[in-house]
Design a binder for this molecule. Structure first.
Ligand code: HPA
Length: 289
């Protein structure tokens, strides 16, 4: 019988990420410094890019393909207000059944493309009582709930070409990018609905029970969602600066007397309503980078 060794949970070697990045580098001359991951219904941001080069995920070696309604599967290179960007139109979620390393695969590819800043957007439920549906929350910190349960994308062998074994996360959300975002929000007239708070990731796909929502509030979470944190962890591991934006699409139910029920349709409706504001904010922000 063979001696036990740590299972390399990581399903991709450095060479695989490199192969994907090198393939993209041969297919396009674009050299983006900023990558944007578009959350549910927020793919419109990719449409704003000028001079686009589009790769369907299915054409990119080793790239996963996305399955959820409201998520196209395209990597879009182009200029946002003159800034060279690559946009993920459609992201991968743990609840779709992808393992956590697959969810974060694109982030390491971005790193190998030379990307320095990652902007992540998502739809989230509001836990903070002072938040309203339609608010945009700058993420200042996160609670990695799947990480508490052993689902951290950095578990397994650490390849030092990406980063250190024990990366710091107390500075995960770049302070300077948040300051610039606040300035951009003011200039765009969206500061009246801009918030700053803590995002908690749950694996999903179930929305929270009332008891769970109350726990999250007690833990200090202002918003809850089913994405973003794994990508941020991997981006920080390899030294990228991160900006996270949550669109508050619904208020999380915390009252047993309430007849409100979380549902995907409300999430998509609010997203549709506010997507343009969020897109304007991001496009204005990149002019300041
Ligand atoms: N909970 C979890 N994820 C979400 C929610 C929510 O209420 N709204 C949008 N994504």
């Amino acid at each position: 019988m063979e001696a036990a060794s740590p299972s390399s949970q990581c399903s991709y070697s450095y060479e695989k990420y490199k192969e994907t990045a090198d393939w993209l580098l041969t297919q396009t001359e674009r050299r983006p410094k900023v990558a944007i991951i578009c959350g549910s219904g927020l793919g419109g941001l990719a449409e704003l890019l000028d001079d686009k080069t589009i790769f369907p995920y299915k054409d990119i070696p080793y790239f996963p393909t996305s399955t959820v309604q409201g998520h196209a599967g395209q990597l879009v290179f182009g200029k946002l207000q003159g800034c060279e960007c690559v946009c993920m139109k459609g992201r991968f979620h743990f609840y779709e059944g992808y393992d956590i390393q697959t969810v974060t695969f694109p982030v390491r590819v971005f790193f190998l493309l030379g990307v320095e800043i990652l902007i992540v957007t998502n739809a989230a439920g509001g836990l903070n009582d002072s938040y309203s549906v339609g608010d945009i929350m700058l993420i200042k910190d996160h609670i990695n709930m799947p990480g508490f349960a052993g689902q951290n994308p950095l578990c397994g062998h650490n390849d030092a070409r990406f980063g250190v074994r024990f990366p710091c996360m107390s500075d995960a959300y770049d302070r300077e990018l948040r300051v610039l975002s606040k300035q951009a929000a003011k200039e765009q007239g969206c500061d009246s609905f801009l918030q700053e708070g803590v995002y908690c990731m749950l694996a999903g796909p179930t929305y929270e029970t009332i008891a769970e929502s109350r726990v999250l509030q007690k833990l200090g979470a202002d918003a809850v969602g089913m994405s973003t944190v794994p990508e941020v962890v991997v981006a920080r591991h390899c030294g990228m600066r991160v900006l996270g934006l949550s669109l508050i699409t619904n208020k999380v139910v915390t009252d047993y007397e309430s007849s409100e029920r979380a549902n995907h349709e409300e999430v998509l409706r609010t997203t549709e309503h506010r997507a343009q504001d969020l897109q304007r904010l991001v496009s204005h922000l990149v002019t300041k980078l």
